[in-house]
Design a protein around this ligand. Structure first.
Ligand code: NAD
Length: 482
């Protein structure tokens, strides 16, 4: 059985204890690796290594050299693309097409992007009578990165890359569901970065490596992507050490579709925004609001597209568009939301069950058909809570005012989409939506220089471009009397 160890101070090391957990392929239910579970001892080792590296060769190399190293990391990921793709697919259950076209290229692009961007950022200067003030950026220090399972490499490197580009050192705690990519990144950086700059400790969340990282006194900041409830737990723990925090949390994102939208393009994109990565994308639109004149036509077209264009199956098959949910436990959780929607009077137009025609080797897998529901009131559990599965609810609306109210009526505020050929209306609505990322007539079109994050219970702070630099550095003002 393959073993996954921690990557600490440039070496792969076992856990001090005999604690291990299984890495399961969610498409087959088979155990594919044994993972060393880290805790206080391993986090302490990793943080010590990261702290020491802050004053080692990493601190004294020039900005150009540091950026060149990060470009080599990007190339290293590309060179090992096949291994990363396999890791993402077998750990997560996502379709190989998605892993090879999105996760792995973005994992590499994150390093290029931040290496390029940060090189050209200057700081501020104010002249006053008889003195001059200028601001210097310095690395935050040791950054703890806690990442989720839904896009393992992409979301981990979205934080590792800017942290390193800004001169920090990192300790990553990847999701226990998807441990392999963080270990593979260790293999890539081993011969590129000085020891201690990138560390990855495997483990669980509470009472394990996750909480140990948030509690460690020598961790200067925590950047976290995951569930809102986990964010709250991390915030409570990190409060003791007064750590700088950045949170990218859950969403319950609205898609608003006006009758004057280009319907065919809207249906094609809504199919993606509903079912990409089995709906396990924080940015997926799960509440779809459609202006009444086109409501029936829209539902008919979306259901037809879900039935004919979404191919649920073996994630390793290049033809598959939807693979397995992350685990049986998560499948049961999603099923619980479907049961509550049924009890609340939802009509299921498609999906709601495991596909009947899957091959025998996927018998142990957590598969669900793409599911489209209508008839849910705004207060129903399935309209308010994040399902994080291939499930959408479609609701009609009659006016701009009404739909803005419906869209904003959740505790989340991550993303939204607005579909209309009237751009004045699109701007007007976008400005009033309580969401950190709003797309007009598109979805998931990302410019990594733009601010990314959520309002309300969907996050704290922004990352991306200059916003990442702000989180991963401290600014010092220096005042010189002339
Ligand atoms: P999760 O919160 O269960 O776990 C995320 C990470 O936190 C894991 O590494 C886990 O081990 C760790 N963790 C759990 N409890 C902890 C604790 N008490 N202390 C320290 N660490 C702890 O989230 P998940 O199920 O892996 O991911 C899905 C969630 O992530 C969804 O809610 C989704 O919306 C959200 N998400 C948000 C974004 C965004 O950019 N806003 C992006 C992707 C995913």
């Amino acid at each position: 059985m393959r073993e996954i160890q921690h990557f600490i101070n440039g070496q792969f090391v076992p856990s001090a204890s005999s604690k291990r957990f299984d890495n399961i392929n969610p498409a087959t239910g088979q155990i594919i690796a044994t993972v060393h579970e880290g805790g206080v001892a391993e986090i302490d080792l990793a943080v010590k290594a990261a702290k020491a590296a802050l004053t080692g060769p990493w601190a004294s190399i020039s900005l150009d050299e540091r950026m060149a190293l990060l470009r080599r990391v990007a190339e290293g990921i590309q060179a090992r693309a096949a291994d990363f793709v396999e890791a993402e697919v077998t750990d997560n259950g996502m379709a190989v097409h998605l892993a090879s076209h999105v996760n792995v290229p973005r994992g590499s692009a994150n390093f290029i992007q931040f290496a390029e961007h940060f090189k050209y950022v200057s700081t501020e200067c104010w002249e006053m009578e008889g003195a001059i003030n200028y601001a210097l950026r310095r690395p935050l220090g040791v950054v703890g990165i806690i990442s989720p399972w839904n896009f393992p490499l992409l979301l981990m490197t979205w934080k590792v890359a800017p942290a390193l580009a800004a001169g920090n050192t990192v300790v990553v705690k990847p999701s226990e569901e998807t441990p392999t990519s963080a270990a593979l990144l260790g293999e890539v950086v081993k011969d590129i970065l000085p020891p201690g700059v990138y560390n990855a400790v495997q483990g669980l969340g509470p009472d394990s490596a996750g909480s140990a990282l948030t509690e460690h006194p020598d961790v200067d900041g925590i950047t976290f992507t995951g569930e809102t409830t986990t964010g709250k737990a991390i915030m409570r723990t990190a409060a003791d050490g007064l750590k700088k925090l950045s949170f990218e949390l859950g969403g319950k994102n609205p898609n608003i579709i006006f009758a004057d939208a280009d319907l065919d393009e809207c249906v094609t994109t809504t199919l993606r925004s509903s079912f990409a990565n089995q709906g396990e994308v924080c940015l997926c639109g799960s509440r779809i609001y459609v202006e009444r004149p086109i409501f029936d036509t829209f539902v008919e077209k979306l259901v037809h597209a879900a039935r004919t264009q979404v191919k649920v199956g073996d994630p390793m098959d290049p033809e598959t568009t939807m693979g397995a949910l992350i685990s049986r436990a998560h499948f049961d959780r999603v099923q619980g939301f479907l049961d509550s929607a049924k009890a609340d009077g939802a009509t299921f137009h498609c999906g709601g069950k495991r596909p009947a025609d899957l091959p025998a080797h996927l018998d142990g897998g957590a598969f669900l058909e793409p599911t489209v529901m209508t008839g849910l009131g705004k207060a129903c559990t399935a309209q308010q809570q994040e399902i994080f599965g291939p499930v959408v609810s479609v609701t009609p609306f009659d006016s701009e005012e009404e739909v803005i109210g419906l869209a904003n009526d959740t505790r989340y505020g991550l993303s939204a989409t607005v579909w209309s050929s009237d751009l004045s209306r699109a701007h007007r609505v976008a400005a009033r939506l309580e969401a950190g990322v709003i797309w007009v007539n598109t979805w998931f079109l990302r410019d990594l220089r733009s601010p990314f994050g959520g309002l309300k219970n969907s996050g704290i702070g922004r990352e991306g471009g200059i916003h990442s630099l702000e989180f991963y550095t401290e600014l010092k003002n220096i005042c010189v009397k002339l």
